[in-house]
Write a protein that binds this ligand. Structure first.
Ligand SMILES: NC(=O)c1ccc[n+]([C@@H]2O[C@H](COP(=O)([O-])OP(=O)(O)OC[C@H]3O[C@@H](n4cnc5c(N)ncnc54)[C@H](O)[C@@H]3O)[C@@H](O)[C@H]2O)c1
Length: 248
C-alpha cells in the first residue's frame, strides 16, 4: 500500500529513534521524506538507507537545529525550492534531561522549552503557509504520556510535552478553516537511545512488568500511529492525542 504516495513529509529529529522509524515507514508508503536533525552522520545514514533500499531520491537530509529561527527558515526554503510543497510535518525532535524542580537549573529549563516546544512553533510558523496554499496538510506532534500525567524527576520535559499537547489542540482549532489537521501521539516507554540514556539495565528490569505487555514499545510501533494520523486514514480526526503504550 502507498498511503502517502507523492506526499512531501518533513520529520524533525529523524536521524535516529522514533523519527528514523517514521522516516523509513513514510518512505515505504510512497512519501518523499525530509530528514531534519542536528546529528549529521546518523541523519545521512538514514537518508542513504532510504535512497538505496526504498527508492532513489526518496529522502533528503537537512542539518538544522529546529529550535533556531534561521535554521528553520532556511530548512523550509530549501524544501519548498526542491519539492514545491509540504504536505506533512512531524514535530518529533526533543531532549529529555532528568531533574526535579530542585535540581533543574534555569538554563536547562529554557533549553528544554526551546528544543521541545518552541521548535514545534517555529516549524509550524514557516511550514503552515505552504499547507494553506494547498488547503490541505497534516501535522503530527510527538508528545509524551508524561505530558498528560506527569512523572517524577522530569519536570522540564513533562511540562514541555504538556505544552505541546496544548499547542496541538489550539493549532487544530486555528487550522480547521484551511482543512489542515493537527494531532499528537503520546508514547510511554519506547526502546530508543533517549529512553535508555538515564535508566540502568537493572532499573529497567525492575520496572519492565509495569510497562504494557511487560515490554518496551518499538519505535516502529509509534511510527505506525504517526502514519495513521498523518495519512488520509484519519481524515476526520483533528485535535486529538493518541496514547501509545498504555496510560499508567
Ligand atoms: N523513547 C520514549 O520512550 C519516548 C516516550 C515518549 C515520547 N518520546 C518522544 O519521541 C520523540 C523521539 O524520541 P526518541 O525516543 O526517538 O529519542 P532520540 O533521542 O533517539 O531522538 C531524538 C532526535 O531528536 C534530535 N534532536 C534533538 N534536538 C534537536 C534539535 N534542536 N534540532 C534537530 N534535531 C534535534 C536528536 O538528534 C535525535 O535524533 C521525542 O519527541 C521524545 O520526547 C519518546
Amino acid at each position: 500500500m502507498e498511503r502517502l504516495k507523492d506526499k512531501v513529509a518533513v520529520i524533525t529529529g529523524a536521524a535516529r529513534g522514533i523519527g528514523r522509524a517514521t522516516a523509513l515507514l513514510f518512505a515505504r508508503e510512497g512519501a518523499k521524506v525530509v530528514i531534519v536533525d542536528i546529528l549529521e552522520k546518523e541523519g545521512k545514514e538514514t537518508c542513504d538507507q532510504i535512497n538505496k533500499n526504498i527508492g532513489e531520491d526518496r529522502a533528503l537530509f537537512i542539518r538544522a537545529d529546529v529550535s533556531e529561527v534561521d535554521d528553520v527558515k532556511d530548512m523550509s526554503d530549501v524544501i519548498v525550492r526542491k519539492y514545491g510543497r509540504i504536505d506533512i510535518l512531524v514535530n518529533n525532535a526533543a531532549i529529555q534531561p532528568i531533574g526535579t524542580i530542585l535540581d533543574t537549573d534555569i538554563a536547562t529549563w529554557d533549553k528544554v522549552m526551546k528544543i521541545n516546544l518552541r521548535s514545534a512553533f517555529l516549524c509550524c510558523k514557516f511550514i503552515i503557509p505552504h499547507m494553506i496554499k494547498n488547503r490541505s496538510g497534516s501535522i503530527v506532534n510527538v508528545a509524551s504520556i508524561l505530558g498528560l500525567r506527569g512523572g517524577d524527576k522530569i519536570i522540564a520535559y513533562a511540562t514541555s510535552k504538556a505544552g505541546l499537547i496544548g499547542f496541538t489542540k489550539a493549532l487544530a482549532e486555528d487550522l480547521m478553516p484551511y482543512n489542515i489537521r493537527v494531532n499528537a501521539v503520546a508514547p510511554r516507554a519506547i526502546d530508543t537511545e533517549m529512553f535508555r540514556a538515564y535508566r540502568s539495565e537493572e532499573e529497567l528490569k525492575k520496572k519492565m512488568e509495569r510497562y504494557l505487555f511487560g515490554r518496551l514499545g518499538r519505535p516502529e510501533e509509534v511510527a505506525q500511529a504517526i502514519l495513521f494520523l498523518a495519512s488520509e486514514e484519519s481524515s476526520y480526526i483533528t485535535g486529538e492525542v493518541l496514547v501509545i503504550g498504555g496510560y499508567c
